[in-house]
Design a protein around this ligand. Structure first.
Ligand code: ZN
Length: 260
């Protein structure tokens, strides 16, 4: 069965900025979904900030394998209740791919727990994303590096926790470097951060970038059971696999849940 993928787009600059409207006339989210749907293993649809519940109802998330997130100027407009819902679903096993300025999104900061700050400069510089982990599934089909003629610069230090894996490191024309492809595991969920994608440049039409988006979607899909435990079960002595004799004095009542 195809990987059910939702591409979430903030969908603001496409309607307020003439350059972005010209670059992505159908919205960035549709350009990204089109790239994914070139792969028969993926079934991508879109959702936007402006839809009811930002297009991410409980029912829709429950039917989603991988969520892709692009946001920039309206991170603060995303309802906290929806962020809670996405976080829970990622912990259960939904894959999450966060793109470019999504580094400051509520959901990315929530999942990583740090400021996710970085340096930046908008000067249309050349970016070379070196594949530093050529055996990684997200790098399948790529050469030694991806070259983008015009991109926004993001520079280190990138204030994120140490990743599980680094797949790309970018070198920018101006001299800065940046860890551009990072993987994390949170609960059962696979998370990938991919740097490129400034909205005034044609990045999401680049064939290598589109390949990375497809590879990352296939990689992010969770293959086990979707599972979460929130109650902190208290296992009574008589339910222990082996016989247990209660010793000493205790604090909790039989059957009590939660904090120990
Ligand atoms: Zn940008």
């Amino acid at each position: 069965m195809a990987i059910k993928t939702v591409v979430w787009g903030e969908n603001v600059h496409e309607h307020t900025n003439e350059v972005v409207a010209r670059m992505y006339p159908n919205g960035m989210h549709n350009a990204i979904a089109d790239a994914l749907n070139e792969d028969a293993r993926i079934a991508a649809t879109t959702a936007t900030l402006q839809e009811s519940e930002h297009g991410l109802s409980e029912a829709r998330l429950a039917d989603t394998d991988v969520l892709i997130w692009w946001g920039h100027c309206a991170h603060g407009d995303v309802q906290d209740e929806i962020v809670d819902r996405i976080q829970r679903r990622v912990l259960e096993g939904m894959g999450l791919i966060v793109l470019h300025s999504g580094h400051f999104s509520k959901i990315f900061k929530r999942m990583l727990g740090t400021t996710c700050s970085l340096k930046w400069r908008e000067a249309g510089e050349r970016e070379r994303l070196w594949v530093v982990n050529p055996g990684h599934p997200i790098a399948l089909g790529l050469g030694e590096y991806i070259e983008l003629e015009h991109e926004e610069m993001y520079g280190e230090p990138f204030s994120v926790p140490n990743p599980d894996e680094v797949v790309f490191i970018s070198a920018f024309e101006g001299g800065e470097v940046f860890r551009s492809g990072l993987t994390y595991k949170r609960g059962n969920g696979n998370i990938f951060y991919f740097r490129p994608g400034h909205e005034t440049y044609p990045t999401y039409y680049n064939e290598d970038v589109r390949q990375v988006l497809r590879n990352a979607t296939v990689w992010a899909k969770h293959h086990g059971k979707f599972w979460i435990e929130e109650d902190g079960p208290n296992v009574p002595p008589e339910k222990a696999p082996n016989p247990v004799t209660v010793k000493g004095e205790g604090l909790h009542k039989p059957g009590e849940k939660g904090f120990k």
